[in-house]
Design a protein around this ligand. Structure first.
Ligand SMILES: *Cc1c(COP(=O)(O)O)cnc(C)c1O
Length: 387
């Protein structure tokens, strides 16, 4: 059997896969088993922050593999400590808990919020408010947090204590918060899976102020939008707020599985010995990869991310077949005349890999994609959209 047949025979069919077997890559180029070349505008799903096979990242990972591939969290390891410090400095936060995925980072955020509230106010103040159209993960609790009815079919009963409100509707948020019993509000600043919707700045700032007034924690899910994706280290930095808890994952270790939950002034030291844990969390190989990537997400790179994002927006807006372009930096959604699935297939046939989000085309290229490759890919996309 070939790879496709083996996959179909032995792997649970939870993904609708593109008929493409990827075998290697370099930077923003990836190659299939037949040797065909593609310009990758997805970087996994916002994971390969500095592209494929980045040499400094490879070296950091290999060096750590040769020394110590794992130690339990009963011991100290240097890459973990170094990455935690870097993340706190980047985000204006104070402490980190490491897990292995975005869903786990959000689970930890929810646990921390509930414990903060329970420690301070006792029982009955445990509700987590999330937004409609949000995406927070696939575990039962983060699926509960995800405000999309379509994903909730089949899997009930769900974790109690979640309430949903429409994004950008301040009156609805006020009503829920003032009714009481709320431990935290959790939201993405830019709803990724929900269709690359950027929240309204005035709304975010008003929710932030309300949360502070009521001592309701604000959790920002930076799993997709974080780690330089939008042209600032974390997307909340565009909104002039400082969350109480930040969750992140996807790009954080340059392609290795890792998630992190960051705590601020109010939430540091809430999760104490024995209240939370993860066997693999903060794995030294992943953390070494993380240090290599996070360190290089600096002001110069952020500036180029903003410039490339502006270039894509300008190139596509008003182009035939394009209705609108949303998003920030290199996290963009394109509302198109055509069926998004057809666009993905036609771009692939022309050597460009793009993603979808709801009915939009979604672009999440590596942060360091060379401008000439980006231009070439955008030309292909324009051509496909205009047909
Ligand atoms: C991808 C994603 C998640 C889930 O991350 P996993 O690593 O797949 O568990 C959570 N929140 C947001 C905003 C995401 O984009």
């Amino acid at each position: 059997m070939d790879v496709k047949q083996l996959t179909q025979a032995y792997i649970a069919p939870t993904y609708s896969r593109t008929p493409l077997e990827l075998v290697r890559g370099k930077g923003s180029l990836v190659y299939d088993a037949q040797g065909n070349e593609y310009i990758d505008l997805g970087s996994g799903i916002a994971v390969n922050a500095l592209g494929v096979a980045d040499e400094a990242w490879q070296q950091a990972v290999i060096e750590q593999v040769l020394k110590l591939q794992h130690a339990s969290n009963y011991y100290y390891t240097a890459p973990q400590a170094e990455l935690a410090q870097l993340l706190c400095q980047k985000g204006g936060m104070q402490q980190v808990f490491f897990g292995n995925s975005g869903a786990e980072a959000n689970e930890c955020a929810i646990k921390c919020a509930r414990k903060y509230s329970h420690d301070k106010y006792g029982e009955g103040r445990s509700t987590i408010v999330t937004l409609l159209n949000s995406f927070h993960g696939r575990t039962l609790t983060t699926l509960t947090a995800t405000g999309q009815e379509s994903l909730h079919a089949h899997f009930g009963p769900f974790t109690p204590g979640f309430v949903y409100v429409p994004a950008d509707d301040l009156a609805a948020m006020e009503q829920v918060l003032k009714a009481g019993g709320v431990a935290a509000v959790m939201m993405e600043m830019i709803q990724g899976e929900g269709g690359v919707h950027v929240l309204d700045t005035a709304y975010v700032q008003a929710v932030y102020a309300l949360c502070q007034k009521l001592d309701v924690l604000l959790i920002v899910d930076e799993v997709q939008a974080g780690n330089g994706r939008t042209g600032k280290y974390f997307s909340y930095m565009h909104f002039g707020i400082q969350p109480d808890i930040v969750s992140t994952a996807k790009a954080i270790a340059g392609g290795l599985p890792m998630g992190a939950t960051l705590f601020g002034e109010k939430t540091k030291d809430v999760l104490t010995a024995g209240t939370h844990g993860s066997t693999y969390g903060g794995n030294p190989v992943c953390a070494a990869g993380g240090v290599s990537v996070v360190r290089r997400i600096d002001d110069a790179l952020m500036e180029s991310v903003a410039e490339k994002g502006a270039y894509i927006k300008q190139a596509l807006m008003g182009s035939p077949g394009v209705q609108a372009v949303t998003g920030m930096g290199l996290m963009l959604g394109i509302k198109v005349d055509k069926d998004a699935k057809d666009v993905v297939a036609q771009c692939r046939d022309k050597g460009v890999l793009v993603l979808t989000a709801k009915d939009k085309i979604r672009l999440l290229p590596s942060l360091n994609i060379p401008m000439e490759l980006l231009q070439k890919a955008v030309e292909v996309l324009k051509e496909v959209l205009a047909q």
